[in-house]
Ligand binder design. Structure first.
Ligand code: FE2
Length: 505
C-alpha cells in the first residue's frame, strides 16, 4: 500500500509538472510581444498583381510576409513561398509593420503568413484572391462599426460573418469608414481581434471615416493611414486625415475618397477625382466615401455634409459615376437614379430573370444611385423627419435599422439589425442587395434590392488632366477655399433656413 501511494504521488507530481510546462510554454509562445495583431490585407494599386499588408507588434522586430499560391500551399506549406520584407515604425506604443507584395499572378488564390523571419514567429494563415480581370465578381460593403467595447465589435463581426456566408465568393470587402470610435489602442486591438477572420480572408478596401482621421474629431489624425497600407492618389494630404486612392477590378473602376478633406475640399483632391474617373474607360464606375450626399439621417443638415454635397453631386454628374456608396449616418437609404440633385424621371425599368431570379433593372439609366447601407455596428440612428430638400424626393427606400422592442420585449421593427450590402457585377449587369442580421438569432433578411443593366457604353468623357500637386495648384487652392467658403454660407442660408422655418410649424 505504501509503495502504491508513493507511486501514485509520483505520477501525480509528474502529471502536474507536465501540465505546468505546457502551460508555461504555451503562454510564453502566445505572449512574446512579437506576435502580429491587427493584421489586414488591403487593395494596393493593381488589383491583379499587388496587395498591401499591415500589422502591429508590441515589441520591435523585423517585418516579413510569406505568400504562396493555394495549390503550392496544399503540397508543401510555405516551403516554396515568396518572402517580402517590409518596414517597421513606432506608432502609439506599438510597432507598425507594412509590406507591399508585388508581382502576384492574376486570378490566383493565395495563402500567406506575416511575422518575423529572424525570430521565426508567424501569424495564423490568411488568404486573398487576385482579380482575374474578367467582368464577373462580387463584393461586400459595410459601414460604421464605430464600436468602443469588445462586445460591440464582436456583435458587428457577426454581421460580417453572415455577409461572408451569404456570398462565399466575395473577392473583397469595402468598409465605408468609422471603424472605431475614439482611436484608442484598446479599440484597434478589439477591432483587429473581432474582425480577424474578415481581414485575413478577404482583401479590405478601407474608406476614411471621421472617427479615424479627422482633425475636428478628437485630433485622431494619422490613424487611418497607419492602420492600412494603401497606394495614395496624387496630392493626397500625406497621411494626416485620410487617403484617397483608386483601383480597377474586373470591368469596374472604384474611386475611394477622403471626405475628411471636403469642407471645403482641397483642389488637389477635387482635381484628382476628375482625373481619376475620366481617365478610366471601365464599364462600371463606383464612388466610395464616408459622408453620404443622400441620407435621411441626422448628419444630412450639417454644414460639413452640405459642403460635401456641393462638390460631390457635381463630380458624380460630370464624370458618369453609376453608384455611390457611403456611411456616416447609421440608417438605411437608397435613392432612385439621381442627376442634378433630382430624380431622373424618365428612367426605364424592366424585370427579367438574372441567374434564375426575377430582378428589376434600371436600363441604361442617366444619373447615379446613392446608397447608405446603414451600419454593421450596434449604434443605429433613427430617421430624420426634417432633412434638407430634396432628400425625400430622391429617396426610394429609407428606414432605421434600430431595434424597437415593445413592452413584451418583442421586436417590432422588421428591419432591425446590423446591415451589410452585397454587389454582384456580371458584365452588363450590376445587382445590389442589402441585408439585416438579427442581433439575437443572426437570421439574415434581405431588405432592399436594386439593379442596373447597362448595354450602352458611356459617351466619351474628356480626360481631365488637372493639376493635383498641392504646391503647384496653391493659387487655385486658395481661390478655391474662399470661393467654397462663400458658396457654403449662401448654401447654408438657402438650404437650411427654409428647413428650420419649416420645422417651426
Ligand atoms: Fe462618421
Amino acid at each position: 500500500m505504501k509503495m502504491t501511494a508513493k507511486r501514485t504521488l509520483a505520477v501525480l507530481i509528474a502529471v502536474i509538472m507536465l501540465f505546468s510546462c505546457i502551460g508555461i510554454s504555451g503562454s510564453a509562445e502566445g505572449d512574446t510581444g512579437f506576435d502580429a495583431i491587427r493584421i489586414n490585407c488591403t487593395m494596393y494599386g493593381d488589383s491583379q498583381t499587388q496587395r498591401g499588408f499591415t500589422w502591429f507588434t508590441e515589441k520591435k522586430c523585423d517585418t516579413a510576409i510569406q505568400i504562396v499560391p493555394v495549390s503550392d500551399y496544399k503540397a508543401s506549406g510555405f516551403d516554396n513561398a515568396i518572402q517580402f520584407d517590409g518596414t517597421v515604425s513606432e506608432w502609439e506604443d506599438y510597432f507598425c509593420h507594412k509590406v507591399v507584395a508585388t508581382g502576384l499572378e492574376k486570378g490566383t488564390e493565395y495563402r500567406y503568413r506575416v511575422g518575423s523571419a529572424d525570430r521565426d514567429i508567424w501569424s495564423k494563415v490568411g488568404k486573398f484572391v487576385t482579380d482575374d480581370g474578367d467582368d464577373s465578381f462580387s463584393f461586400i460593403a459595410i459601414a460604421d462599426v464605430q464600436a468602443s467595447s469588445l462586445e460591440n465589435f464582436q456583435q458587428a463581426a457577426l454581421v460580417m460573418d453572415a455577409a461572408m456566408k451569404k456570398d462565399k465568393d466575395a473577392e473583397f470587402v469595402i468598409n465605408l469608414g468609422d471603424f472605431v470610435n475614439d482611436c484608442t489602442n484598446d479599440e484597434w486591438n478589439w477591432y483587429g481581434q473581432a474582425f480577424e477572420k474578415a481581414n485575413t480572408n478577404l482583401t479590405l478596401v478601407p474608406v476614411a471615416g471621421n472617427h479615424e482621421g479627422n482633425i475636428t474629431n478628437k485630433l485622431n489624425v494619422g490613424w487611418f493611414d497607419t492602420v492600412f497600407n494603401l497606394l495614395p492618389g496624387e496630392g493626397t494630404t500625406n497621411g494626416i486625415n485620410g487617403t484617397y486612392y483608386s483601383y480597377d477590378y474586373g470591368n469596374a473602376h472604384f474611386t475611394v475618397l477622403n471626405s475628411n478633406d471636403m469642407y471645403p475640399m482641397t483642389e488637389a483632391q477635387r482635381n484628382w477625382i476628375y482625373n481619376d474617373i475620366t481617365s478610366s474607360d471601365a464599364q462600371w464606375k463606383v464612388l466610395l466615401l464616408h459622408r453620404a450626399a443622400y441620407s435621411a439621417g441626422k448628419n444630412i443638415n450639417k454644414p460639413d455634409t452640405l459642403a460635401m454635397r456641393e462638390t460631390i453631386i457635381e463630380i458624380v454628374d460630370e464624370t458618369g459615376v453609376d453608384m455611390v456608396l457611403s456611411g456616416h449616418d447609421h440608417m438605411y437609404m437608397r435613392t432612385w437614379q439621381v442627376a442634378g440633385d433630382a430624380v431622373c424621371e424618365d428612367t426605364v425599368y424592366v424585370t427579367e430573370k438574372h441567374n434564375g431570379v426575377d430582378t428589376t433593372f434600371a436600363v441604361n439609366p442617366d444619373g447615379a444611385v446613392y446608397i447608405l447601407p446603414s451600419t454593421a455596428g450596434t449604434k443605429r440612428y433613427g430617421v430624420n423627419e426634417n432633412p434638407i430638400d430634396p432628400i425625400m424626393d430622391c429617396a426610394d427606400v429609407y428606414f432605421t435599422t434600430r431595434s424597437e422592442k415593445n413592452e413584451n420585449g418583442v421586436e417590432t421593427n422588421p428591419n432591425a439589425g446590423g446591415c451589410f450590402a452585397n454587389v454582384e457585377v456580371d458584365g452588363d449587369y450590376l445587382v445590389y442587395r442589402a441585408y439585416v442580421v438579427n442581433d439575437d438569432t443572426q437570421k439574415v433578411t434581405m431588405v432592399d434590392e436594386y439593379a442596373i443593366k447597362k448595354t450602352v457604353k458611356d459617351g466619351d468623357i474628356e480626360d481631365a488632366k488637372l493639376p493635383t500637386d498641392f504646391i503647384g495648384s496653391l493659387d487655385g487652392t486658395v481661390a478655391n477655399f474662399f470661393t467654397e467658403i462663400f458658396g457654403l454660407i449662401f448654401t447654408y442660408i438657402g438650404k437650411l433656413l427654409p428647413q428650420i422655418i419649416g420645422g417651426l410649424f
